[in-house]
Design a protein around this ligand. Sequence first.
Ligand code: NAD
Ligand code: UGA
Length: 461
Amino acid sequence: MKEIKKIACIGAGYVGGPTMSVIAQKNPHLTVTVVDLNQMRIDAWNSSDLDKLPIYEPGLSSVVSEARGRNLFFSTDVEKAIDEADMIFISVNTPTKTYGKGKGQAADLKYIELCARQIAKIAKTDKIIVEKSTLPVRTAESLKGILDNTGNGVNFDILSNPEFLAEGTAIADLHQPDRVLIGGENSEAIESLVNIYESWVPRERILTTNLWSSELSKLVANAFLAQRVSSINAISELCEQTGANIDEVARAIGQDSRIGSKFLKASVGFGGSCFQKDILNLVYIARSYNLNVVADYWEQVITLNDHQKSRFAENIIQTMYNTVNGKKIAFLGWAFKKDTNDTRESAAIYVADYLLDEEANVVVYDPKVSAEQIYKDLDYLGSRTSEENRRLVKVVDNYFEAINGAHAVAVLTEWDEFKQLDWKNIKLNMQLPAFIFDGRNVLEHLDLAELGFLYKGIGKQ
Ligand code: NAD
Ligand code: UGA
């Protein structure tokens, strides 16, 4: 087994930052350097004010404060980190391609390739390269080709070590993972990485496989999770027609240990940077092998999710007497789930876009998302000019300002604080009839109908 003393991680994002912080926390004998091209991000990781870390994750600041400066470092000096490291994690973004072949489906591997070329150019000693980013199956083959053909004759061992953390619970997921997956060909390299995780993860939870199983398992895990959300959301629409209650159905089926209770929460639709991207990638890969039935099958998970988002928006319009023109609609939440400031692919963006097309006035309150980010998300869609987005959408920093005088409240993120609001007082300050559209079914226990609201949840009449 090769002894590892120094680790570099390229990419200081939602995965690289927390993952390396925990590896450093649990392995004080290793030096871990996380590098990124983005100076602002690195400055934020180095900020003495722990509230200013670039991502919000419960528990992250205490892990960072324990390890940073001791054996955890954040830097923009990518070359130095590569040069000194025995093991290099690649944790850069792998978004859906927006151009050329595979546009809208395939993973864009340009950042991965840039990393590989840079590593090849700099490395003067043997290195273990770890794929931490989510990648199409057989990417390790391309990586190896680039490293071996453009390198300085040193040896590169490639491992696949996909990350399964979920945002909002990243630190808990990293501290107690269901499993750690390591794929590779060289057993010594595999053991070097196993050894790092064994500092805190029980050995029986560290699975080792061949490279291709590991790469593919990551895409499949996300596809299965997203499929469960789309499955329950499909049934939510049927519940609304039949008088069945989606939460009761979820409980009834989830108690069957073969089905299990997790990931059966009906919602306005899944978001996040990965579910859609990874399924599209899986669909693309299946089609590239001419497996069209397989591709069509998985594509339906996305189709249903898109349907769920537009269905929620249409329901708001229809319920509010078929027009939202000029009406104030308060959005509670913008993040794609609670306990994160991440808004990538959040359902809120698409619901807002739909309502803005109908000239609604949307006022957003989210405890962790900035106004700048919200406007950026809407501008990115390109549905209207940024001036128009700023005219129609207001972002406020407290819930009351959002709700005061509103015709309707739409809950887009399940932040815990929304359950504690003074709904009796809120009702007095809204236009009548006061509508609530609960895209997360988080308010139903409050008996809002009793308070005089017209309340609509997901998957119930
Ligand atoms: P991110 O966009 O938050 O971070 C990626 C970082 O890489 C950015 O800061 C970017 O500046 C940096 N970068 C890109 N190219 C670079 C280069 N050549 N040199 C130095 N830095 C470079 O992305 P993320 O959410 O952390 O996701 C990273 C990967 O992990 C993706 O493949 C994603 O699918 C996967 N993943 C994400 C999550 C999640 O919860 N976000 C969970 C599991 C897996
Ligand atoms: C997901 C996976 O859970 C992680 O294992 C994986 O590492 C990660 O993707 C990734 O590869 O990026 P994440 O997207 O952070 O993690 O969050 P999830 O908890 O999976 O939620 C995803 C979306 O599904 C959210 O919008 C959430 O609100 C929605 N969801 C989830 C539901 O609508 N219902 C559910 O029952 C569960």
